[in-house]
Design a protein around this ligand. Structure first.
Ligand code: GDP
Length: 174
């Protein structure tokens, strides 16, 4: 059956270990949302329902497909929005994020909303990714940028709402 238009699918993309599972777990326990895991035959749907501006929306978080840095196979072309995650303490994960942005915007020609998320900002002294690099990449690939700590649940609720606002804005640009 056709899902209603208030139902959006969001894929978290990023190198292993950058925090995708931890961020999704925090979304699922957010005070902003009613969350539920629903079991299908062979996979788990992770879904949150959010009230925004008096309307109700549902976001489904799609698992990253098996990681393969030689192929486009980790990107689900049917997603409504992408959250591209890297770890601020691991430059390799940032380089992987940049590759994903390139594939999304150029390889696949996607104009869907993308939010670039630097996670693990609690590890301040281990930071390896420079803000200037993030700013310039965000401009190049037309994405919103965010910094989170899934460990401390810092800026994770804000990220959840920002994802929904970006999708809404793309559908009804003012
Ligand atoms: P995934 O492979 O991208 O899904 O990454 P995970 O969510 O499994 O996280 C990988 C590891 O990083 C786990 O040990 C997490 O506890 C840890 N981690 C995730 N987010 C943070 C964070 O914001 N800060 C810190 N210090 N550790 C984190």
């Amino acid at each position: 059956e056709e899902p209603p238009s208030s139902y959006f699918r969001v894929q978290l993309v990023g190198a292993p270990g950058c925090g995708k599972t931890s961020i999704t777990n925090q979304f699922m326990s957010s005070d902003y949302a009613n969350a539920y895991d629903s079991m299908n035959a062979d996979d788990i749907e992770r879904t949150v329902t959010i009230q925004l501006d008096g309307e109700e929306f549902t976001l489904e978080f799609i698992d990253a497909l098996p990681w393969d840095d030689t192929a486009d196979s980790d990107i689900d072309v049917t997603a409504d929005a992408y959250v591209v995650v890297y770890s601020v303490i691991d430059r390799v994960t940032f380089d992987a994020a940049v590759q994903s942005l390139y594939r999304l915007r150029h390889g696949l020609g996607s104009d869907r909303p993308i939010i670039l998320v630097g996670n693990k900002i609690d590890l301040v002294r281990k930071r390896k990714v420079k803000k200037g690099d993030v700013n310039s990449i965000s401009r190049t690939y037309d994405c919103l940028q965010f910094e989170t700590s899934a460990a401390l649940n810092h800026h994770v609720d804000e990220l959840l709402v920002a994802i929904l606002r970006q999708i809404r804005h793309k559908l009804n640009p003012e």
